[in-house]
Design a binder for this molecule. Sequence first.
Ligand code: ADP
Length: 475
Amino acid sequence: MTRLGGIATFASRGANGYVLAVVAVGAALLARLGLEAFGKFYYLPLIPAVMLPALLASRGATVLAIILSIAANVALVPRESVVDGAVNAVLFACVGLAIGEFGRIGRAARANARALSARLSTRDATIGAILASAAVVSVDRRSRILSMSEPACALFGVREPDVLGRPFSDFVEFFDSAAERTSGADEFYWPGRRRDGEVFPVGIHTASIENPEGPPDTILTLTDLSRWRSAEARNQELRDQLNQVWRLNSLGEIAATLSHELNQPLTAAASYLQATQADLGRAGVFADSASRTVELAKNQVLRAGDIIRRARSLLAGDEHRLDPQRVSSMIDDLEPILQLLGPAAGAQLRIAVEDQADWVLADRIQFQQAIVNLVRNAIEAVADQPRRNVVILGQALSTTGYRISVEDSGPGIAPDQIDRMFKPLMTTKAGGMGLGLSVTRTIVERHGGALSVQTSDLGGAAFAFSLQRLPEPLP
Ligand code: ADP
C-alpha cells in the first residue's frame, strides 16, 4: 500500500506519468513474451499497463499507454487480416479509455475524500478549541443537558458526567430559551446557581442546531456577568456620590454668593436701625415703645445675617478630608462616566495622565467632581466646532507638585471674560447655571491650589491646577 502510494506520488508529478506509462507497457510486453509459450494473448497482458497510469497518473499518460500498446501489438503480432487487427485495436482503445475514465473518477473521489476529511478534522479542532475556552451547554427539546463544556462546568462548580440528563433549570432557575431568544438583549441576565448555592448573574445566548433524528437541540453560550454587574454597581455608586457632592457644592456656592451679596445691605440696615434707636433715645420716654420695636427689628436683621453665614459654612462642608491618593487611579475610576459624556456629544476624549509619581493629597470625590465639571464644560465648548477634541493631561511637575489640565479645541475664552467667568451664576449657556467653574475653583482652593485658564495647544481653553505631590508610599 505504501509502495503504491509512493508510485502514485511519483506519477502525479509533471512528466513522471508518461515515464510510468512507457515502463508499464514495456513490462507488459515482457510478460506477454514470457507467456508466449502457453498461448497467444494479444492485448490481454497490456490491460494492466493501461490500468496503472489510469489509476495513478494523468489522462495523457493513459492515452500514451494505449497508443504504445496498440503500436507494439501491430508491430509484434502478425495478423491474418488488417480488419481483424484494426477491430482489436479499436476495442482495446475503447476499453483502455473506459479504464482511464474510471481511474480518473476514482482518483478525484479519493482526493475529495481526503480534502473533506482534512476539513472535518480542522473543524473538529476548531470546535474543540471553542469548547475548551467558552462556557457552552447543549440541551434537548425538554431543556435536559446533553453536554457541558469545561468552562461551563467551572462556572457552576460541577463535573460533566454528574450533570448529563439533568434539567438546565437546576443551574439557571426559570430559564426559558424561547424568552431568551425573543428578548435578545445583551443586558438581560438570568440567576445562575453555583454548586455552593451562590447565585450569580449569567448572560445566555441561544442557537438551535438541527438534529437529523428528532427536534432540534439548543446550544446555550453562557457569560458570567458578575464582574460586569459589580463594575456597573461601582459606576452607579460613583455617579450617585458625584451628584450628591455636586448638589452640596452648588448649594454651598449659592449660599456663599448670597452671604457675600447680602452681608453689606444687612450690615447697613443694622447700622441705620442702630442710628434710629439713638435718635429715639434722645426723644425721651414717649419714644420708648418705638425704640423697643426698632431694637427687635435690628435683632432680626442681625439674625438673618447669622443664618446666612451659618448656612454657608454648613453647606461648604468645611471639614474636607485630604488623603493620599493616586491621580491616575482617581481618573481611571471616572473613565466610564467621562466616556459617557464625550461620545454623547460626538467629542473625542483623550486621557493622558502619567501614573508615575502621581501620589497627591486630595479629597477623592471632590477632585473627581472638579474634573467632571471641567470636562463637561470642554465638551460643551467643542460641540459646534469642526474639530471636537478634549484631553485630560496630568504630569508630575516637581518634587512637590502634580499638574492637571483639561484642554479643548473649542473657541477659547476672551481675555475680558476670564474674571467674570469664575463668578457664581455667570453663564453664557441657555440652560446653564453658572456654578461649574466657581464650584471647581472652590474645590481646587480647598486643595491648596489655584485654578488658572490659558490657551491650549488644541486652540481652545486650557484649565489647569496643581495638587500637592506626596512621596511614593513604601510597598
Ligand atoms: P455653566 O457651564 O453652567 O455655564 P460654568 O461656571 O461651568 O457654568 O461656566 C461659566 C461660563 O464659562 C460658561 O457659560 C462658558 O461661557 C464659559 N466656559 C466655561 N468653560 C469653558 C470652555 N472650556 N471653553 C469656553 N468657555 C467656557
